[in-house]
Ligand binder design. Structure first.
Ligand code: NAD
Ligand code: DAU
Length: 348
């Protein structure tokens, strides 16, 4: 059985990727390495925990000795690396946590992979999952392509940019076979309610204010998480070595328009009078260094690998809202404890 390591598989996107790989590829043994930060949650993947081709390992990618011993024990032929600190607002208050996990953690994985294969990389692959935020901010026009110059503005995006550069450098210097993808904003089930869509769904359910940063005229390109997992599967198996692919939703929304749409659907779902939730919108202090607009040109992955999103935004949003409404216990569990401290610091 081929041993594949997926990092960050208890998080939002990682859990969808782990599930897909475990179910679709019985010929792989999937090892899910996750330290279980506040964002990691084994409930996200409890449905596959007893599968024979699946093993969960609790561990920290920042711990080089641990990572080295894990690779030497299992000789992973493929790595799909998602583990990261992922929230821009947290990177503003604690940048070093992002340097540690996103830069040092990625370096530890690259070094361990390089050490076990000693230059004999035939049939091996290191897949680094990154973000469109490394490209910085767009004005009103244009799209990010794979050749757009890196121009990160937040500690989060700077740490991801740094890790991307190291992955490429290891490809050039040591001949390490890598693929890299830069994806736009994901949404869907299991999204931690610190990010815009799940935070606002949770606040609407609880009749709490909806804190829109600045004037709300910031634009993001939204992709349903399962479509991202499909793209990751495709790139891992069919992507060209040493290539980068942009992944996006072909789906730009200004925050304020998205929030109004969310309010309308939530009113319907909750049986509230239309116009109830929109009254919860509260404009608050802007995020420092807030990127105005992200939008992806995903034509390379579309034309070379035949990938495109399978659901419309309306379909994806409805699936997402339905998931949160029928998983109140999940929502309750992740919003008790430390979540309240984070929320008070961030918003009050
Ligand atoms: P997430 O915050 O939901 O999950 C991150 C996971 O990594 C968690 O399970 C956490 O416990 C784990 N982790 C964190 N530090 C670790 C460490 N030191 N060692 C081991 N595990 C650790 O993140 P996400 O939104 O699922 O993002 C996954 C990846 O995709 C990240 O690399 C992120 O940069 C990238 N990405 C995210 C989006 C998005 O919209 N969410 C878009 C593009 C790219
Ligand atoms: O573009 C990909 C990136 O998308 C990923 O790499 C990141 O991991 C992911 O967190 C996401 O980053 P954003 O900063 O775009 O996502 P977030 O959900 O935090 O914010 C989306 C937009 O909504 C952004 O313009 C800020 C705004 N916002 C966010 C929050 C949490 C608000 O107006 N109010 C809020 O309370």
């Amino acid at each position: 059985m081929k041993k594949i390591l997926i990092t960050g598989g208890a998080g939002f996107i990682g859990s969808h990727v782990v599930r897909r790989f475990v179910k679709k590829y019985p010929q792989y043994h999937i090892f899910n390495l996750d330290v279980l930060t506040y964002a990691g949650n084994l409930e996200n993947i409890s449905d596959i925990e007893n599968e024979l081709n699946y093993t969960f390992i609790k561990g920290d990618i920042v711990d080089a000795a641990f990572v080295d011993s894990l690779f030497s024990e299992h000789q992973f032929e493929g790595v799909v690396h998602l583990a990261a600190e992922s929230h821009v607002d947290r990177s503003i208050t604690d940048p070093m946590a992002f340097v540690k996990t996103n830069v040092i953690g990625t370096m530890n994985l690259l070094n361990a992979f390089k050490t076990i294969w000693k230059g004999d990389f035939d049939g091996k692959r290191f897949y680094h999952i990154s973000t469109d935020e490394v490209y910085g901010s767009l004005g009103a026009e244009g799209l990010f392509t794979e050749t757009t110059a890196y121009d990160p503005n937040s500690p989060y995006s700077a740490s991801k940019a740094s890790s991307d550069h190291f992955v490429r450098a290891y490809g050039e210097t040591y001949g390490m076979p890598y693929v890299l993808t830069n994806c736009s904003n994901n949404y869907g089930p299991n999204h931690f309610p610190e990010k815009l869509i799940p935070l606002f769904i949770n606040n609407i359910i609880n009749n709490k204010p909806l804190p829109v940063y600045g004037d709300g005229n910031y634009t993001r390109d939204w992709l349903f998480v399962e479509d991202h997992a499909v793209a990751i599967d495709l790139v891992f198996h069919d992507g060209e070595n040493h290539e980068t692919y942009n992944i996006g939703g072909f789906n730009e929304w200004k925050n304020i328009d998205l929030v109004k749409l969310l309010c309308r659907i939530m009113d319907e779902k909750l049986g509230r009078v239309n116009g109830t939730s929109v009254k919860l919108i509260t404009y608050v202090k802007d995020r420092p260094g807030h990127d105005l607009r992200y939008a992806i040109d995903a034509s390379k992955i579309n034309t070379t690998l035949g990938w495109k999103p399978s659901v419309t935004f309306e379909q994806g949003l409805e699936k997402t809202i339905d998931w949160y409404l029928s998983n109140e216990e999940w929502l309750h569990n992740v919003t008790s404890g430390d979540y309240q401290n984070y929320y008070d610091k961030q918003y009050n």
